[in-house]
Design a protein around this ligand. Structure first.
Ligand SMILES: C[S@@+](CC[C@H](N)C(=O)[O-])C[C@H]1O[C@@H](n2cnc3c(N)ncnc32)[C@H](O)[C@@H]1O
Length: 226
C-alpha cells in the first residue's frame, strides 16, 4: 500500500492554503492521527484542510459526539482520523462494502486493522461490511445502536445522486437531537462527472443550518433536530 506524505503542503498542493486558520489543538491532534496512519501504512485520501474543519466541528459542536457512523471507509483512513476527536469509549461504526463504488476489493484487512487499533485505544469500534442501501446493513446498525442515536454521520460512499440520497434517507432518522451529518465531495467537479453529491447538497443547504468548506473536494455539514 502506498505511504502518504504527512506534510500538509505535499498533501494539498501549492494553491491551497495550509492549516494556519485551524486552532492549534485540532491541528496537533489531527497531525498525530495522520502520523499513526502513516505508521500503519493506511492512506488518508482527504484534503487535510477540509478534514480539519470537520474535526473541529466534531470536537466543538453541538456537544461532543459519543456515537459516530462513517458510511464509506475504504481503508479506514478518515474513520481513524475522525475518531480521535471523540471521547474514549465512544461508539464508532464504519460501514463499507469493499470493492463497491470508489472502493478496493482488498480493503477489508486494512479496515480490520483500523477497527482493532480503535478498540486498543479504548473505543467501542465496529465494522459493518455490507451495502449501505441493504436492509441487512440497517438491521446490523440498529442492533449495534440498541436504541441509541448517532451524534454524527460522515457520508463518503456512493457519490452518485441516487447513492448519496439513499444513504441520507436511510440513516437520517437515526441521528440524535441535535446531531450532525457531513458529506464528503460536495464540490462540483467537471473532471469526475459521477460525483453528484453537490446535487443533494444544494437541496440540503437550503433546508438546514449548515457549514461548508470547499478547498478541493469539499465537505459540507448540516445540523439536524436543533
Ligand atoms: C471514497 S471511498 C471512502 C474513503 C474514506 N472515507 C477515506 O477517506 O479513507 C468510498 C468507499 O465507499 C464504499 N462504498 C461505495 N458504495 C457503497 C455502498 N453502497 N455500501 C457500502 N459501501 C460503499 C466503497 O467500497 C469505498 O470504500
Amino acid at each position: 500500500m502506498p505511504r502518504r506524505d504527512v506534510s500538509y503542503s505535499a498533501d494539498v498542493g501549492n494553491n491551497v492554503p495550509t492549516m494556519r486558520y485551524v486552532p492549534y489543538d485540532i491541528r496537533a491532534r489531527l497531525e498525530t492521527r495522520l502520523r499513526r496512519l502513516d505508521e500503519l501504512a493506511i492512506p488518508f485520501p482527504q484534503n487535510v484542510n477540509e478534514f480539519a474543519m470537520f474535526c473541529l466541528l466534531l470536537a466543538c459542536f453541538p456537544a461532543r459526539p459519543v456515537s459516530y457512523l462513517e458510511i464509506g471507509c475504504r481503508h479506514g483512513g478518515s474513520l481513524y482520523a475522525a475518531s480521535g476527536f471523540l471521547p474514549e469509549h465512544s461508539l464508532i461504526i464504519g460501514m463499507d462494502l469493499p470493492g463497491a463504488a470508489w472502493g478496493d476489493h482488498e480493503s477489508e484487512p486494512s479496515l480490520r486493522l483500523i477497527a482493532d487499533e480503535l478498540t486498543r485505544e479504548g473505543y467501542d469500534a465496529h465494522l459493518i461490511l455490507a451495502d449501505s442501501s441493504s436492509s441487512e446493513a440497517k438491521q446490523e446498525l440498529s442492533a449495534l445502536l440498541a436504541g441509541r442515536h448517532l451524534d454524527a454521520i460522515f457520508i463518503d460512499a456512493d457519490h452518485t445522486f441516487l447513492g448519496v440520497s439513499s444513504d441520507w434517507n436511510n440513516y437520517r432518522t437515526l441521528v440524535a437531537s441535535p446531531g450532525m451529518v457531513a458529506f464528503h465531495d460536495i464540490a462540483r467537479r467537471s473532471d469526475t462527472p459521477k460525483v453528484e453529491v453537490y446535487q443533494l447538497w444544494e437541496e440540503l443547504r437550503n433546508d438546514y443550518p449548515h457549514l461548508e468548506v470547499i478547498w478541493q473536494y469539499g465537505i459540507g455539514a448540516i445540523w439536524l433536530n436543533t
